[in-house]
Design a binder for this molecule. Structure first.
Ligand code: PA5
Length: 462
């Protein structure tokens, strides 16, 4: 992986850029963040995932081998960190129409459905597509209490038990959850479901390289050891305290400096369909980790940077107008590949027409890569900050590298910003209000608070 940050700097984009002197002036904050990253590493259990899962990988692969021929589809019930990672990895490493392929073209692997939302249409339509008695349902919830996921679990358990009886239902449910606490582990133990664990110290959005992501990926034939190998390679690069040698630290430092001059938006724009959902996964990681009211000292700071997902070339025809001429409030991150996995050549059909003839004989590969370079150039000319991350090719190793890179960058940005990147009190607040509205025991005070809130005025509703 290479990261080119020329177009973040005044040297290349003029006065709207970051002067190299600002990076030098950041040295005390960088030294402090470096120390914090080393001291806190033992608590960041997600950093050990590339190394400590040899047995887990073997267990997952053995379970896949035992189960995969017995099912038509593997269905994930999970939300947030339990869904976005599996979605991103599946899209990156499998055929874009994976579920529609004949089974032998899927490596004889089951189809994959990842059901995060609880729009009632979603489950009903899923059951129009798959026979639940031919599915394995992976209920993923670290806390074991998330209403969306637990309600899906309750629905499928009832459906399966009605169709198959309690005994046979067991084989159709596998849980991924905390080993010790929460409703899901209690239920899994009592009712005898196969279980994989989210290790202590690995939060939802940092869990893709744990069984949360590895189990669905393995069922779809993805080389999960390769993902972890890539993450370990990136960990090596991210060990240096010298930000000029550590791409994740440099990424975070440049974003931090950008934020300090009003760059409140971080746009991740892959130029490969396979990486499109990496941008969705990144959006959660960056938003939920860095959007915080309080700093570590307890002062109100209300910080964060809004992540935006884009796709090249599609969004050149949608969002790029804004990025070129709108407010100077964005950092663009181009995410490209040196080599696409397929090649397609445009025929020389209209060589007599100069405005189409230039396309003849060109590959889509070259056209897309050239468009990326041209967009980078145009933005730089307009004084817009951007950087470019390039991977050689989309493989399990490079996807593992990317995931780990963004995780370290997020943790480091959190240190520079002086906030806790690993909690999510804002998300909890919404969850608590939902529990109170449904009268869940223990949420009486919240219910009283909600009841006392001002009611909406009819005059402002049209
Ligand atoms: O990153 C996070 O912590 C969240 O997005 C969680 O993944 C999400 O809220 C689901 O939580 P849980 O795994 O406890 O069901």
């Amino acid at each position: 992986m290479k990261m080119d940050y020329n177009n973040m700097l005044t040297e290349h984009i003029g006065e709207k850029g970051i002067p190299v002197s600002a990076l030098e002036a950041l040295k005390p904050a960088i030294d402090k963040a470096n120390r914090a990253m080393s001291e806190k590493r033992p608590q960041m259990a997600w950093r050990d995932l590339p190394y400590n899962q040899v047995k887990i990988v073997a267990d997952i692969n053995a379970y896949v081998a035992e189960m995969k021929d017995q099912i038509d589809a593997f269905v994930v019930f999970g939300i947030g960190g339990s869904a976005l990672g599996p979605l991103a990895v599946q899209q990156a490493l499998n055929h874009p129409h994976y579920n529609e392929l004949l089974r032998e073209k899927r490596g004889n692997n089951p189809r994959l459905y990842i059901v995060d939302n609880i729009d009632p249409e979603r489950l009903v339509y899923l059951f129009d597509t798959v026979d639940p008695t031919r599915c394995l349902f992976n209920v993923i919830s670290k806390s074991g209490s998330t209403s969306e996921t637990m309600s899906q679990f309750m629905i499928i358990k009832e459906i399966l038990e009605e169709k198959l009886g309690i005994e046979k239902t067991r084989k159709h449910i596998v849980c991924t959850t905390d080993a010790k606490s929460g409703n899901l582990i209690t239920i899994a133990k009592e009712e005898g479901y196969k279980t994989f664990y989210v290790p202590d110290g690995v939060g939802g959005r940092f869990s893709e390289l744990s069984p949360v992501g590895l189990l669905p990926a393995a069922f779809c034939g993805i080389d999960i050891a390769g993902l972890l190998e890539g993450a370990a390679q990136m960990d090596d690069l991210c060990k240096s305290d010298d930000i000029h040698k550590n791409p994740a630290y440099m990424y975070a430092a440049l974003h931090y400096l950008g934020m300090n001059t009003g760059k409140n938006i971080s746009v991740l724009m892959p130029y490969a369909d396979g990486l499109k959902l990496i941008a969705d996964w990144y959006a959660q990681l960056w938003a939920e980790s860095l959007g915080k009211k309080y700093n570590l000292k307890g002062d109100i700071v209300n910080v964060g940077q809004t992540p935006v997902r884009a796709l090249g070339a599609t969004d050149q025809h949608s969002q790029v107008q804004l990025y070129m001429e709108g407010p100077y409030d964005k950092i663009m991150i181009f995410l490209g590949v040196e080599e696409y996995r397929e090649t397609i050549t445009i025929p020389k059909t209209y060589s007599h027409m100069p405005s189409l003839g230039f396309l003849g004989g060109v590959t889509h590969n070259d056209l897309l890569q050239t468009q990326q370079v041209a967009t980078e150039y145009a933005l730089a000319q307009a004084g817009r900050m951007s950087m470019t991350i390039t991977i050689p090719k989309i493989t399990p190793q490079t996807v593992g590298q990317l995931l780990y890179f963004f995780e370290v960058a997020t943790a480091y940005a959190g240190e520079l910003m002086g906030i806790d990147a690993f909690d999510q009190p804002g998300v909890e607040e919404g969850k608590n209000a939902t529990y109170a509205m449904f009268g869940r025991p223990g949420y009486e005070a919240k219910k009283a608070e909600l009841d006392a809130a001002p009611t909406k005025s009819a005059k402002y509703i049209i």
